[in-house]
Design a protein around this ligand. Sequence first.
Ligand code: ZN
Length: 193
Amino acid sequence: MDDPDFPILGTEPVAVEFANTRYGIGDDRVEFLGTARWIELWFTRVSAHHGLPPPGGAMGSETARVRALRDAVHQVLSATVDGQVPEPGAVDTVNAAAAAAPTHLRLDWTAGTPSAHRLDTTGGSAAVLGRIATCCIELVTRPHSSVLRRCGSPDCSLLFVGNHPRRRYCHPSCAHRDRQARYYRRHLTGATP
Ligand SMILES: [Zn+2]
């Protein structure tokens, strides 16, 4: 099987990128975490960018746990977008993953100014999934300076954080595709009585 072209936006918090691996709706759904190899590949692509603990081959042996948390994070973020309350089971799954990987702050004050670093108290897949779960909780509970949205293109289901009030699409390519589609629809409507 070829390596997939993952829907990684590169601009979003890790919980949003994680949710977006459940791509599409209904029959058009693509499971981007469908195999152990794809799971390993996805984490390899995103880990450094998001400062996750190095997965070190631990994720591919946890396919069921990885997908269960992904589905729960997707459910919680989608409910936020739709202004609904997520299923309690999804909230429980996110909380369990966050609780399995507590972190603590470490004060460093060797030079002139103090700085804090967040340290994991566990390693492996629990630490990686815990970071994502914590990111999800922080994202949906922080004040609405930024708003979680779903891409405005009808054939795209990606979630993103709308830091700009006018941003309606996950990526400029979706905006372009949607403009083209609307242009053709108008053209067709004009030509057909
Ligand atoms: Zn899109």
